[in-house]
Design a binder for this molecule. Structure first.
Ligand SMILES: [Fe+2]
Length: 244
């Protein structure tokens, strides 16, 4: 599938500009500096002025860490999802929310996928974590229990992760970065931010239909590799993969 750029109408462009501008302003002192640096590096091809052209964006992404965007219609099966990530192809939608649903969506749209997920793929340690995570996850999609655990790991890092930078909590998870409500909520008294310990969330169900109550904070993006190795050591060592 390809992005059909000519299919976007003026209203789509206006919605993109509105969302980008609003979120960019809000995140100045809330998002991870690493994320903001990556966004700056992508500015020529990812900005408030127009919906990004994926081919142009891919040139920047590929040059930085070998990633490209893979256009998908919507949510995809775990097998396909992990397979794509393990080939450094990041799945993204090309449809954009409409005016009536600017603040809440049940399924990820292009603003979530591109504004939320794509910039940090320019950061080498983070992009390496996504790649290594996918290598591991794709070997275990046959095991429902492990699949769920790995989805929780994805959820509390790539989607809803926070990082400590210069003593302050900053956002790096795409689910927060792309949501006006969640990027404010996380700094409210109702949000609980804990040091990152796998045991605290790996066995528990999470809710996808509400703002998260608990977030787990890392200290650097290289920590993510350590947590992945720790997960493999503590939770997967006893699992024997079936012979193909
Ligand atoms: Fe996402």
């Amino acid at each position: 599938m390809k992005q059909i750029y000519t299919a976007y109408v003026n209203e789509d462009q206006a919605i993109w500009t509105y969302l980008f501008e609003r979120q960019e302003k809000l995140l100045v002192d809330k998002a991870s500096n690493e994320y903001l640096n990556c966004l700056k590096r992508l500015e020529p091809v990812l900005n408030k002025h127009k919906i990004p052209n994926f081919e142009q964006l891919n040139e920047y992404l590929y040059k930085a860490n070998g990633w490209v965007i893979e256009v998908v219609e919507g949510l995809i099966e775990p097998n396909e999802f992990f397979n794509l990530l393990s080939q450094k192809r990041f799945p993204a939608s090309t449809w954009l929310r409409d005016k009536a649903h600017l603040d809440y969506l049940q399924e990820p749209d292009m603003f979530h996928d591109i504004f939320g997920h794509i910039p940090l793929l320019m950061n080498t340690p983070f992009s390496q974590y996504v790649f290594e995570y996918a290598q591991l996850a794709k070997c275990h999609t046959h095991n429902e229990m492990i699949l769920k655990q790995m989805q929780r790991l994805y959820w509390f890092t790539i989607e809803f992760g926070v990082i400590k930078e210069l003593g302050q909590t900053r956002i790096y998870g795409a689910g927060i970065l792309s949501s006006i409500e969640e990027s404010k909520f996380i700094f409210s008294e109702k949000a609980h931010i804990y040091p990152f310990h796998l045991d605290d969330f790996i066995m528990k169900e999470y809710r996808i239909d509400i703002l998260q109550e608990n977030y787990y904070q890392i200290n650097s993006f290289t920590d993510l590799w350590e947590h992945l190795k720790e997960y493999e050591r503590l939770y997967l060592n006893h699992v024997v993969a079936p012979t193909p």
